[in-house]
Design a binder for this molecule. Structure first.
Ligand code: SAM
Length: 277
């Protein structure tokens, strides 16, 4: 039986209507689920997190390829279904709750079709974990922002933050017809491999703050957009005027700065601040 038929059948049997609000679009192509698993190069020592197991088709396939699956599902209607449908699988641990809030045992890989409405928080949350890799689907526009080139319209804070912490590969294009119900937008299967930062910053929090500040005015030149950041650092208004034109890239627009440039700018500002004190 096709996954589409199985999906419709289960939803009918359990009288469960998919909730758009929770991003409930179920992947209905088994070959894509298998492809995602193959991209994670699983072995029997791996503990895999699945965010939003839905009706459990990916969960079942994962359980055959790794030591343990931790499946975190927020919708109590689906956890009830999963408890019945996956009861024969001994290496699946079902956690009921919001993945961003629940207590989750240690895992080293992630394979998942997460709900699109929380792509960004999930991604940043995963980057804080000690992961070998994550294979995830993201909506096309979001995935393209992850690998955007400097200066392009997709290039932004997300691109810089990800570049600093992980290698990103857009591996396969997935048509929206591969989901039931079908979402509005196509997606990509993406692999994230966390890495050490490719450049050194003296203070990561300051670097993140600088990137955030400059991208809120991405088309402005650095010298016209950076004041809020300098004020937050505690530099006096008079001093700001003195140093602003001596900063590297002060005449460039934020969207034209490479991730390394944001790092160099942060370091130079911190150096100047230390001299001023
Ligand atoms: N794994 C299934 C598949 O591959 O077809 C379902 C994927 S569906 C795109 C997303 C799933 O995430 C749904 O089951 C939804 O209920 C669940 N979900 C939504 N928000 C969540 C959250 N904050 N934490 C955990 N699960 C969530």
């Amino acid at each position: 039986m096709s996954l589409l038929k199985k999906t419709k059948g289960l939803l009918r049997t359990y009288r469960c209507f998919p909730k758009k609000r929770l991003g409930q679009n179920f992947m209905i192509d088994e070959s894509l689920l298998r492809l995602m698993i193959s991209h994670a190069s699983l072995n029997m020592n791996d503990v895999v997190l699945e965010i939003g197991p839905g009706l459990g088709f990916l969960t079942r396939l994962l359980s055959q390829k790794c030591k343990q699956v931790i499946a975190v599902e927020v919708d109590p209607r689906l956890t009830t279904i999963l408890r019945t449908e996956l009861k024969d699988l001994e290496n699946v641990q079902l956690v009921k709750g919001d993945v961003l809030k629940a207590t989750i045992p240690h895992f080293n890989k992630v394979v998942s079709n997460p709900p699109f409405y929380v792509s960004s928080p999930i991604l940043f949350w995963l980057l804080e974990k000690n992961l070998d890799c994550a294979v995830l689907t993201f909506q096309k526009e979001f995935a393209e922002r992850l690998v955007a080139s400097v200066g392009s319209k997709e290039y932004g804070r997300l691109t810089v933050m990800i570049y600093y912490r992980a290698d990103v590969e857009l591996l396969d294009y997935v048509s929206k017809d591969m989901y039931y119900p079908s979402p509005d937008i196509d997606s990509y299967i993406v692999r994230l491999t966390p890495k050490l930062p490719p450049f050194t910053v003296k203070d990561e929090q300051a670097f993140f703050q600088l990137v955030r500040t400059l991208f809120t005015q991405r088309n402005k030149k650095v010298r016209n957009a950076i004041t809020p950041f300098l004020v937050k650092l505690g530099i006096e208004k008079e001093k700001i005027k003195e140093i602003i034109d001596s900063l590297p890239y002060h005449d460039k627009r934020a969207r034209k700065l490479a991730p390394e440039d944001f790092g160099a700018l942060t370091n130079e500002i911190l150096k100047k601040k230390a001299i001023l004190q």
